[in-house]
Design a binder for this molecule. Structure first.
Ligand code: SAM
Length: 375
């Protein structure tokens, strides 16, 4: 039985002593953002000098002290990450007036400097476009020149690697890599440097909770995990919040550890994750159905897809997608108050979300239209 394990640890990520050296394959995370007011109080608790600096209007000092606390986490990640592993950090810059002076606090560049000093290699970043339609989005002197500021409508996803490229030497590793491949059309979207999640459903948690807790979209964590790790790998999120990374790890057949300092999140985390099977399976169906739509469009434009996926029998663009398989989750359950287990179906199935039901797809049937009728 294919299964994965997910640990939720209520603890301070500045000390990751409970995680072994070189045991983690990928980190996907978003820390509290320095110099964004909603995180002032938390940073003040992490280091009382931060509170004093803010009260004394010493913006640059507070910024540096806040990053000093995050640096402790980044150093810990370097220790626990395997050679060839990735760290993906979602972070936004901050703009703020302190002592009557407005300025930018460039969180992303400060983290790049710090991680590269620690020893990570910096890779090309992704801009997450977060357009706002708020009527008050423009700051400053309106239509009069020289006193207005550009509105920040993007965040960053910083990507780092520890050491040289990962190698997949043994047959088992090669197979896990081939089975973890993604669709060609997903590659085209995921590996572009601007991401925009407009129009992507956020049906995992309550919208209000997502905003209050500064959660990132499920799609963000899911893409990163699938881009930079393989099935069976260990994913770590040292700033777990509402558990988005754990959910994305479960949906992707990876193991995970999530660390969160706020113990009032614990019950919510377990409840959300325990009840996640239907929604995560819908996501898997969504990926398969989107691929079938892509195939339909491609074929209706009189173009030919030359390869076939050996698991589902549907056409794919490249030979690299031939063994791709997305595993539906059979059940998610808690073994104790730290560990959650997920069990998966190993066979390649396509299930539609409406009506709910399982339709095994006959192998080597490349007639997508027939597949869609079956769904
Ligand atoms: C930006 S939120 C992460 C949101 C998360 N990505 C999600 O989708 O819900 C940052 C989280 O880090 C937690 N946190 C802050 N400092 C921490 C620390 N030192 N150790 C562990 N967690 C911490 C906060 O309580 C908060 O839940």
């Amino acid at each position: 039985m294919l299964s994965t394990e997910h640990r939720i640890v209520i603890s301070d990520a500045r000390g990751l002593g409970f995680i072994d050296d070189q045991s983690v394959d990928i980190v996907v995370t978003s820390p509290p953002y320095p110099m964004i007011q909603m995180w002032d109080e938390l940073f003040g608790r992490l280091n009382p000098e931060i509170k004093a600096a803010l009260e004394g209007f010493e913006g640059k000092v507070a910024f540096e002290l806040m990053h000093g606390e995050l640096d402790k986490v980044w150093s810990g990640l370097f220790r626990v990450l395997r050679d060839g592993g990735f760290v993906c950090i979602n972070i936004g810059d901050a703009t703020r007036s302190i002592g009557g002076r407005f300025r930018l606090f460039s969180n992303h560049s400060r983290i790049i400097t710090s991680c590269s000093n620690i020893g990570f290699d910096t890779l090309p970043v992704i801009l997450w476009r977060k357009q706002t339609n708020a009527p008050n989005k423009f700051m400053g002197s309106g239509m009069l020149p020289a006193g207005a500021y550009v509105t920040l409508e993007h965040e960053y996803i910083l990507i780092f690697r520890k050491g040289p490229k990962r190698s997949f030497g043994r047959d088992k590793e090669k197979l896990a890599r081939r089975e973890s491949s993604f669709f060609w059309e997903e590659r085209n979207l995921w590996f572009s440097d601007i991401w925009d999640f407009k129009g992507i459903k956020q049906d995992l948690r309550h919208r209000d909770l997502q905003v209050r807790s500064a959660a990132f979209p499920f799609e963000l964590a899911h893409r990163l995990i699938n881009m930079y790790s393989v099935k069976g790998d260990l994913v770590l999120d040292p700033f777990l919040g509402t558990g988005t990374t754990t959910l994305a790890a479960i949906a992707s057949c990876r193991n995970s550890i999530g660390v969160e300092i706020n113990d009032s999140y614990k019950n919510m985390l377990f409840e959300t994750i325990k009840d996640s099977t239907p929604v995560l399976n819908n996501h898997i169906s969504g990926r398969l159905n989107e691929h079938l739509s892509f195939v339909d469009d491609y074929i209706s434009n009189k173009k030919e897809l030359k390869h076939s996926n050996s698991q589902y029998g549907f056409p794919v663009m490249t030979q690299q997608e031939a063994e791709l398989v997305l595993n539906y989750i059979q059940k998610v359950y808690c073994t104790d108050d730290i560990i959650i287990k997920a069990e998966y179906l190993e066979e390649a199935l396509i299930r539609d979300v409406r009506p709910v039901g399982r339709v095994p797809v006959e192998k080597n049937d490349s007639q997508t239209k027939q597949l869609k009728l079956a769904l």
